[in-house]
Design a protein around this ligand. Structure first.
Ligand code: ATP
Ligand code: MG
Length: 227
């Protein structure tokens, strides 16, 4: 089991009023499995994704990564787990405008001090950029590329440290139908070819249905396999 959430609750307190956003959510995520999380705006999808991505803590409940309780790790260890094991993709690609495409996808490897590992990351970047049809764009800056090309580069950046899980929040929210479909297929293929897990949060039923399993958040509860 890669990730296991057990009876997670998440509350936010604003001006003394407590709101229960996630209620008693349990979820298992395996390698090689792609899952989609759907639900209305404000239902808690991003909140859940942030908890899986160790960016936020649940109010109660247990999260295990590779069978170890995340609470057993220090803040530094969590940062390392995040950098080494989790690839993030957002609605907007967040590529840095002053860097070339190749430089952008290598940003997550900057903390790597080992020269040979940096070299192999560079090789991996070239292979991935080639696979994703971006090899002729590597010296261009994001401003000189289409939205779909930038989002594909964001996928390469998420994969560069060979993560065990990809977390994507509305990855196709800013794309046209054709580019959105391409990203959906890419995410589902990558999950199988790299034997990683993928969690996609989306409002698009079409994208959701491209994943192996679809979950819906409704009134704070996680409803399983609504596909
Ligand atoms: N840090 C926070 N403090 C207080 N309330 C928060 C915080 N983060 C999120 N919320 C609230 O929790 C609820 C769920 O937010 P979340 O961002 O998870 O929704 P979502 O399902 O991702 O919505 P969308 O589809 O619009 O992105 C919202 O009502 C939001 O206002
Ligand atoms: Mg959201």
């Amino acid at each position: 089991m890669l990730f296991e959430l057990e009876k997670i609750n998440k509350n936010f307190e604003i001006a003394g009023t407590k709101r229960e956003i996630l209620k008693n959510i349990s979820l298992k995520i395996n390698k090689g499995e792609s899952i989609a999380i759907i639900g209305p705006s404000g239902s808690g999808k991003t909140t859940l994704l942030n908890i899986i991505g160790t960016l936020d803590l649940p109010s109660s409940g247990l999260i295990k990564f590779n069978n170890v309780d995340l609470k057993k790790h220090s803040e530094n260890q969590l940062a390392e787990i995040r950098n080494q094991n989790i690839g993030f993709i957002f609605q907007l690609h967040h590529l840095l405008p002053q860097l070339s495409l190749l430089e952008n996808v290598l940003v997550p490897t900057i903390p790597q001090k080992d020269k040979s590992k940096r070299k192999s990351a560079q090789k991996r970047a070239m292979n991935l950029l080639n696979d994703l049809g971006l090899i002729e764009r590597i010296n261009q800056r994001p401003g000189q590329l289409s939205g779909g090309e930038c989002q594909r580069a964001a996928v390469v950046r998420a994969l560069i440290n060979e993560p065990s899980i990809i977390l994507a929040d509305e990855p196709t929210g800013s794309l046209d139908n054709k580019s959105a479909e391409q990203i959906g297929k890419l995410l589902s293929d990558i999950t199988k070819n790299h034997n990683i897990a993928t969690v996609v949060v989306t409002h698009s039923t079409k994208l959701a249905n491209m994943m192996d399993k679809v979950y819906r958040i409704e009134n704070g509860n996680l409803i399983v396999n609504v596909k």
